[in-house]
Design a protein around this ligand. Structure first.
Ligand SMILES: *Cc1c(COP(=O)(O)O)cnc(C)c1O
Length: 460
């Protein structure tokens, strides 16, 4: 892409860049209508980042630290900040914006739904939530495309028997799954070290990161942790008292650590043998990101429960807990609920995401562009890089030194959004619409960014 605005150029007061940020052509009608009513419509005027950052820090709780940028507009895989600088978004709001920013299908679906019916509450049903539940169940029942999948799904229930519980986020989808496991009559739950399932008390109880748990103990009881990827440890831990095993196919927050080959299949076999539920947290891996609709399809297994969120709503808050077989019957009226869950606007966005993924072949694209990125990074043969982990468009560049933060900062300064998921790993989770040209643009800039991870000797 030759039009990429270098941030320094924009910072030096490049009028076109600032202007570009302030007016999204498709939005201008809605913006003037809102203005006419006196609603605050915040747009970039150029040079405003510092002011907004200061206001952020005085008004918002300090849960995320000081924001490195304040963004005002997005389009496709691009974002503009309050100073009018353009960025290529390789992180998609933590693997959320599957269709990028301001995708016409989502804008139209959400607008159509909101101008028709915005919310009724869960004493009533709406067409989008019913249609989305049906679509998700049908997609979960598809065979996968991976090598393991070709052998046919291993164990587990008939996915035709599924039911969906909608939530508003990943942590809520996991709360639902956790509560559901209590209704099996068993209370012992196995989760994995280094796993991440969310920040609410139940999901936190399943999360294998002591640093983010300890301040909030006591957490719901009954959870035991085993090392991730170790089938023998799982075999030892699961018994006839075990209600469920919670696993991520790829531990995203740990640094994009995939389960070793055969692990999910072993987990399926072990849980089935003991009558325990296999719950897969696909909040990060689901909805096309790894090059299949669900990562479990790649592994050729059938879980009892799958949780979803991030990529499902294309930026609107939505989560889902899919359960199959007997797990689908555990909740009964009164067992669980939420005021907003299954909101028709969020569900309409979800339907738009699924439609676009199918229409535009984005599952295949995730596999192809993911391979291009992986190979491109490996071929750089950069001395700071130890390797690449992950699947499809959920990747980590693993560094030889703990310099991920420096590389991510350098990337941001150069106009690329990536994530230092841990001190040694740079996570890439771009929109599924990322083009090969955009992937190459990033690969072209990468060597210089990675130089920030060289030690003093390597840099000189
Ligand atoms: C992000 C994430 C969650 C939590 O989702 P929220 O929407 O932030 O609550 C849970 N599990 C996994 C695997 C995640 O990546």
């Amino acid at each position: 892409m030759t039009t990429h605005t270098h941030p320094q150029a924009a910072a030096a007061g490049s009028a076109p860049a600032a202007h570009e940020a302030s007016t999204a052509p498709a939005a201008s009608g809605a913006i003037s209508a809102a203005r006419a009513e006196g609603l605050p419509v915040v747009q970039a005027q150029g040079g405003l980042s510092a002011a907004w950052t200061e206001r952020y820090s005085s008004a918002l709780m300090n849960t995320f630290g000081t924001p490195k940028r304040v963004f005002v507009r997005g389009e496709g895989a691009q974002l503009w900040d309050a100073d009018g600088r353009r960025y290529l978004d390789l992180f998609a709001g933590i693997a959320v914006n599957a269709l990028g920013h301001a995708h016409p299908l989502i804008v139209n679906a959400v607008t159509a739904q909101l101008t028709t019916l915005g919310h009724v509450g869960n004493f009533f049903g709406t067409a989008p939530q019913i249609a989305l539940a049906e679509r998700l169940l049908a997609l979960a029942a598809l065979p996968g495309s991976g090598p393991a999948a070709e052998q046919g799904p291993a164990g587990g229930p008939d996915l035709g028997s599924g039911r969906v519980y909608f939530a508003n986020s990943g942590t809520e989808a996991n709360e639902a799954a956790f509560k559901l496991t209590r209704l099996t009559g068993r209370t012992k739950v196995i989760a994995t070290e280094g796993g991440f399932h969310g920040r609410t008390m139940g999901a936190l109880a399943l999360t294998g990161k002591p640093a983010i748990r300890e301040a909030f103990e006591p957490l719901p009881a009954g959870v035991e942790f085993v090392p991730f990827g170790d089938a023998a440890a799982l075999e030892n831990a699961v018994d006839d008292q075990t209600a469920a095993v919670f696993l991520e196919p790829i531990q995203g927050e740990r640094g994009v650590l995939p389960a070793p080959p055969g692990y999910l299949k072993a987990a399926r076999e072990i849980t089935a043998r003991h009558g325990a539920l296999l719950v897969l947290d696909e909040v990060q891996t689901g909805i096309g990101r790894t090059g299949d609709w669900f990562a479990f399809q790649h592994a050729g297994i059938r879980p009892d429960v799958v949780t979803l969120a991030k990529g499902l709503g294309g930026g609107l808050p939505i989560g889902a807990c899919l359960a199959f077989g007997r797990a689908a019957e555990l909740f009964t009226p009164g067992s669980h609920g939420s005021t907003f869950a299954g909101n028709p606007v969020a569900c309409a966005a979800g339907l738009a995401v699924l439609h676009a993924i199918e229409r535009d072949g984005l599952i295949e694209r995730a596999g192809e562009v993911g391979d291009l990125l992986r190979q491109g990074i490996e071929e750089l043969d950069h001395p700071a890089v130890a390797g690449v982990r992950g699947e499809g468009l959920l990747l980590a560049i693993v560094l030889r030194r703990a310099a991920a933060a420096e590389v991510a900062d350098a990337a941001l300064d150069a106009g690329f959004i990536v994530n230092a998921v841990n001190p040694e790993s740079i996570r890439l989770a771009p929109p599924l619409i990322l083009t090969t040209d955009q992937a190459r643009e990033f690969l072209g800039a990468l060597p210089k960014l990675l130089d920030h991870a060289l030690d003093e000797a390597g840099r000189s």
